[in-house]
Write a protein that binds this ligand. Structure first.
Ligand code: NAI
Ligand code: MG
Length: 367
């Protein structure tokens, strides 16, 4: 079957790292195991220059129809003064909204060759491979009322409201369980049921869903504060962590620091499953931005973008072997000592974006 991919390279180093992913996609397609049809469109500053918009309706429609979107990065000083609605990030925000991407997946993989770049001791993180599944469209960031009111005594009172419904918890729980089945079959659900009603409901809904549909997956519950502690004490105990918008924001940044450079971190954002086709909307992107300081110099690390491709292969296309192959190739190339500037040791020779991409492709061809 053919997989339809929309490429949105964006600005700055976005197109540079996307070029490396295209090499890998072309080669995978030429192997006959899968067929990829790619289209490319503009987003961010590049779209503004052409259309005075951060993304066009046509590009958004293409994204909605694609099996997966691969997104580079957007933004840069060139667009600092464009109208607010057309600022580069608006392109990404519109995609998240129109595709209803409610599940944000942030893996933290610590390649043994880079374990010394972690904030933790080598033995705690070497070989680490966890995914945080963060609920992205609900919770306290969006709940109503959300306001600052002035009281009669002149004091002000700020209100944010944490709201979750059964269906919102169920759908994010389902994403986590499905993910765990493709990995090491373990889910840790995290909330604060000891002090929050939304935590009580979260815990009940995840427990019931597990019992009804995912009893084959190992499930445990950890309070979010305790989980934060465990993440820096013994992170390798986890496989998939599922949590709400606020806790997920914080926990995924902690997890990022376990692995080293920004140039290494991929992510996925998933939407609802289409009941007719069983497919879900999905956008895959590196965690980093457009890196204007190194853009155009061939210095960017393509591994975060490459890892995002691996996630697309695994979660959107079911090509688990190809996904493993990309990740093994990255790991082996790093083990061989090859480094882009962001992960090179002091005084070590750094390779270019293209050289790193070529080395990963060559290693895939050898595997
Ligand atoms: P950034 O992630 O672009 O860069 C931060 C630092 O990390 C820079 O020194 C950069 O050179 C380095 N870096 C990032 N990715 C790298 C890679 N692949 N290889 C080597 N080094 C890398 O974040 P910053 O500087 O805060 O933002 C720059 C622009 O990117 C801004 O316009 C910002 O709004 C935008 N941005 C876009 C995002 C997106 O498209 N999703 C996310 C974050 C920022
Ligand atoms: Mg954050």
């Amino acid at each position: 079957s053919s997989h339809n991919i929309l490429l949105l390279p964006g600005d700055g180093i976005g197109p540079e790292v996307m070029a490396e992913v295209k090499k890998v996609l072309n080669w995978l397609g030429s192997q006959g195991a899968a067929k990829f049809e790619t289209e490319t469109d503009l987003v961010g500053g590049a779209a503004y220059d052409a259309h005075k918009l951060a993304i066009t309706d046509a590009a958004t429609a293409r994204a909605t129809q694609a099996d997966a979107v691969l997104f580079g990065a957007v933004g840069g000083p060139k667009w600092d003064d464009v109208p607010y609605e057309a600022r580069p990030e608006a392109g990404l925000l519109r995609l998240r909204k129109d595709l209803a991407l409610f599940a944000n997946l942030r893996p933290a993989i610590c390649y043994p060759a880079l374990a010394d770049a972690s904030s933790l001791k080598r033995e705690l993180v070497e070989g680490l491979d966890i995914v945080i599944v963060r609920e992205l469209t609900g919770g306290v960031y969006f709940g109503e009322p959300k306001e600052i009111v002035t009281l009669e005594n002149g004091q002000k009172r700020a209100v944010d409201t944490q709201v979750y419904t059964t269906s919102e918890i169920e759908r994010i729980g389902r994403v986590a369980f499905e993910l765990a089945r493709k990995r090491r079959n373990k889910v840790t659900s995290s909330e604060k049921r000891n002090v929050m009603k939304s935590g009580v409901l979260w815990n009940q809904v995840v427990t019931a869903l597990h019992k009804a549909e995912y009893a084959d997956v190992q499930l445990e519950h950890q309070l979010a504060d305790s989980l934060a502690m465990q993440l820096v004490r013994n992170p390798k105990q986890f496989d998939v962590i599922v949590t709400d918008n606020l806790f997920g924001d914080i926990l995924s940044d902690i997890a990022a620091m376990l692995t080293g450079s920004l140039g290494m971190l991929p992510s996925a954002s998933l939407g609802a499953e289409d009941p007719a086709t069983g497919k879900r909307k999905a956008l895959y992107e590196p965690v980093h931005g457009s890196a204007p300081d190194i853009a155009g110099k061939g210095m960017a690390n393509p591994i975060a973008m490459m890892g995002s491709l691996a996630m697309a292969l695994r979660y959107s296309f079911g090509l688990l072997e190809a996904a493993d192959m990309v990740e093994s190739a990255i790991s082996n190339v790093l083990a061989s000592g090859l480094r882009t500037g962001d992960i090179a040791a002091k005084g070590q020779n750094a390779v270019s974006t293209g050289e790193m991409g070529d080395a990963i492709l060559k290693e895939m061809q050898r595997l």
